[in-house]
Write a protein that binds this ligand. Structure first.
Ligand code: HEM
Length: 424
């Protein structure tokens, strides 16, 4: 256990530094203390208010009038820079405008309408054979080895392959999607040095140029994909979206969809290696119901979209703490999912929990994840195919112990080297 984490066990609560990289990697002890002693805690360094209990997080997510998702209009922008080189790179591209995740109703709902049909049960049913085929193909690549780097060889490629097919990109462009996702996630991490920020900015501009070209193609010749829906949809006779709006939506779909699903699937496999008795339950009965319960508990336990920003639209008070208008808050979905008041014995990985459906890994209220149903299909089908073909997962001997990355918004393993047996 690192020194910073050990300190948390005993230090006065105000000395906790929630943005310390070690704490971002291992937030559990801090979350436990904050839920008990400071359910609304203002980080003295960033000024952000951390809201950590299940009931409060759900309340906040539902009350979008008081807790706005519109950060960019704040009088205190989240990320600003005076670095001329960085600004020069950014000026080459489109402005980052608020859309779904970063906008409030009614505009937020308007943006969602453009893409909702791509995530309808009918569209997802049509995608199922593709998800299954990609899952099998990925396993074909490593099954004879008896080992794999799961994040790299399954967790990341599965959702990227699915979403890139939906964005109409050819397979040879998939490495670009991966690079761009990493750039967006790096920006969100708050942990990039100057070189990292410059590179991420260049990658974002490359992403914008690529998609502006693809969007022009879809205007000329629409196809059956999300991109065509975004550029050609005109709801209720409204004018079509500007390029900057479409790019904002595309970047959200890319980041929100790839890293999160990859993180949950990878942690799911790790959890099987650590909880053999739970794995036995699946082996005994790998039915769709049991796999679905496993997926929900993996989502609760991993909660990769761990914290999301909100801005107070007026002065509010919670648990006796005054939160002035325009303050930034974190709705802490991961901490909510570990709240023992809601999920007894919260650190036990238990696929037989009765209230699995109450987990809030996909958020709550108007911003409830656009891709929740897609992600659930990817996880349910992906795990089913894995259980059909592989068994007895274990950490590879001599591999470094799995570790989480330091990111204020997304929580996931940096890698997972495993061995397995091929099923007869
Ligand atoms: C395990 C996988 C996933 C997790 C844990 C997750 C988590 C979340 C959460 C917590 C929110 C709510 C954010 C808030 O309240 O501010 C959200 C929203 C969103 N998610 Fe996901 N997500 C996942 C997969 C996906 C996928 C596959 C896509 C798209 C392909 C996606 C696209 C979005 C979008 C666009 C929003 C914004 C919706 C809005 O604000 O109206 N997510 N997600």
């Amino acid at each position: 256990m690192s020194e910073e984490i050990q300190k948390i066990a005993t230090c006065p609560i105000h000395q906790i530094n929630p943005m310390h990289p070690e704490v971002l990697k291992s937030p559990w002890l801090m979350n436990e203390r904050l839920r008990k002693e400071a359910p609304v805690f203002q980080d003295p360094n960033s000024g952000i208010f951390f809201v950590s209990r299940y009931e409060d997080v759900v309340e906040m997510a539902k009350d979008y009038e008081t807790f706005s998702s519109r950060m960019l209009s704040s009088s205190r922008p989240l990320y600003s820079s005076e670095d001329e080189e960085l600004l020069a790179i950014m000026r080459e591209g489109y402005e980052n405008v608020p859309t779904m995740l970063t906008e409030d109703p009614p505009l937020q709902l308007r943006y969602r309408k453009f893409v909702n049909s791509a995530f309808s049960p009918k569209s997802l049913n049509a995608l199922e054979p593709f998800i299954e085929a990609v899952s099998n193909e990925l396993i074909d690549n490593f099954i004879e080895r008896g080992s794999c780097e799961f994040l790299d060889e399954f967790g990341i490629p599965l959702p990227i392959r699915v979403i890139s097919s939906q964005l109409g990109a050819p397979e040879e462009d998939i490495p670009l999607f991966r690079k761009w996702t990493e750039a967006f996630v790096g920006n969100l991490s708050g942990q990039l040095d100057r070189e990292g920020l410059l590179n991420a900015a260049r990658d974002v501009i490359e992403f914008q140029k690529y998609f502006v070209e693809r969007m022009d193609e879809r205007r000329e010749k629409p196809e059956e994909d999300i991109l065509s829906k975004i550029v050609n949809a005109s709801i209720d006779g409204e004018k079509p979206l500007e390029n900057s709006e479409s790019l904002s939506m595309l970047s959200q779909i890319l980041v929100a969809g790839n890293e999160t699903t990859a993180a949950s699937m990878t942690e799911g496999i790790w959890l099987l290696t650590k909880n053999p008795e739970q794995y036995e339950l699946i082996k005994k009965d790998p039915s769709p119901e049991i796999i679905s319960n496993f997926v929900e508990e993996v989502l609760r336990y991993s909660s990769p979209s761990s914290n999301m920003f909100r801005r107070a639209t007026k002065d509010v008070e919670m648990h006796g703490i005054k939160i002035p208008k325009d303050s930034i808050l974190f709705a802490r979905f991961a901490s909510a999912n570990q709240d023992g008041e809601k999920f007894p014995d919260p650190y036990k990985f238990d696929i037989t929990r009765e209230n699995l459906k109450d987990q809030v890994a996909f958020g709550k209220g108007v911003h409830h994840c656009l891709g929740a149903a897609l992600s659930r299909r990817e996880m349910n089908i992906g795990f089913r195919v894995i259980f059909e073909r592989l068994e007895n997962f274990r950490l590879s001997e001599g591999a470094p112990p799995p570790e989480f990355s330091a990111n204020a918004l997304l929580h996931g393993l940096t890698g997972l080297q495993i061995d397995f047996d091929k099923k007869a």
